[in-house]
Write a protein that binds this ligand. Structure first.
Ligand code: DAH
Length: 339
């Protein structure tokens, strides 16, 4: 009797001391486990006289049940405490200010290039990229540019050898594509080009976007219609274009394309130097010699081509006044082109 009361007291004290499930389990085992005190008591029954055993056995069983109940109740309590501690330690302070991660953005040239590709891809153009180191054949000869043309001058062009140079125009891509693919052709060729040139609007390295359309029955009207659509999407829904006669060796006739000034709507301002128009690109009907050079029959097929400076388009669209801003990597400038 006494022993049993003592055990209950001890067990209760130990259960109350336990603050974790593990600690409580260990305490329980000290009493009810295989080598526990209650189990030892049961085993000691062997030493009793036979008539004392049933009463003793009953007592010990009652003791075991009592302890089991007591431990079960404590287990629930300890589990609840554990959960509370866990929730407390994992609590998120929603009022704490967030950590700031600097967000990058696309370079304005990449952004403008992507915009141009989107516009022309929407009209069915596919992108073709040529090499930046070109042979004088693809850069000049095949484009009907005679050996005495000023663009071939050492002053304008970065030669690597007599035969190879840094391409001066993406127009070289026209030839490479027409050698690979027969009409109908609708090609867009973006890329870096290089010229010995340096002022507020010219840089020795800049980007161009070339376009080429070749099929049966293509006329200058197709070019004009496509340019109008381009200007409306790129600049403003009320933009218009006009063609002025010009000269390029690889087109005949050749035109210079102006877009109505989006700053003044065509009335005349400082941006358009009072004319209401801004020159944006060169274009024309592909010269028959160029088609012949690529094995395309000029009596069956006609085409138009155009080439624009991506820096120039970006400068007009975003009001950038110096071309060097694009390559200086000044974050204060670049940050302004975040979405
Ligand atoms: N390649 C010319 C340049 O760099 C631009 C150009 C003009 C491209 C007329 C063309 C074109 O395809 O038809 O100035």
């Amino acid at each position: 009797m006494e022993e049993s009361d003592k055990i209950v007291e001890e067990a209760l004290a130990e259960a109350e001391k336990a603050t974790t499930s593990r600690g409580l389990y260990e305490a329980k085992m000290r009493f009810l486990g295989r080598t526990g005190k209650v189990t030892a008591l049961l085993k000691s029954m062997r030493e009793l006289a036979a008539e004392q055993r049933p009463a003793f056995g009953k007592r010990v069983n009652e003791l075991r049940e009592k302890l089991e109940e007591m431990f079960a109740a404590h287990e629930e309590k300890v589990k609840r405490q554990e959960l509370e501690r866990k929730l407390q330690s994992e609590q998120v302070d929603v009022t704490e200010p967030g950590r700031h991660t600097a967000k990058g953005a696309l370079h304005p040239i990449t952004r403008t290039k992507n915009e141009l590709i989107d516009i022309f891809a929407g009209m069915g153009f596919e992108v073709f990229e040529g090499p930046e180191i070109e042979s004088e054949y693809y850069n000049f000869t095949a484009l009907n540019t005679p050996a005495d043309h000023p663009a071939r001058d050492m002053q304008d062009t970065f030669y690597i050898t007599d035969e190879f140079l840094l391409r001066t125009q993406t127009s070289a891509g026209q030839i490479r594509l027409m050698e690979q693919k027969k009409p109908p052709i609708k090609m867009l060729s973006p890329g870096r080009v290089f010229r010995s040139d340096d002022d507020a609007t010219h840089s020795p390295m800049f980007h161009q976007m070339e376009g080429l359309v070749v099929d049966k029955g293509i006329t200058l009207c197709d070019l004009k219609g496509m340019l109008d659509e381009f200007a409306r999407t790129m600049f403003s829904s009320s933009s218009r274009t006009r063609l002025r006669p010009s000269y390029f060796p690889f087109t005949e006739p050749s035109v210079e394309v102006d877009v109505s000034c989006s700053a003044c709507g065509g009335k005349g301002c400082s941006l358009c130097k009072g004319t209401g128009w801004i020159e944006v690109l060169g274009a024309g009907m592909v010269n028959r010699h160029v088609l012949e050079n690529c094995g395309v029959d000029p009596d069956v097929y006609t085409g138009f081509a155009f080439g624009m400076g991506i820096e120039r388009i970006a400068m007009l669209k975003y009001g950038i006044n110096h071309i060097r801003l694009f390559t200086e990597n000044d974050v204060r400038f670049l940050e302004q082109f975040k979405d």
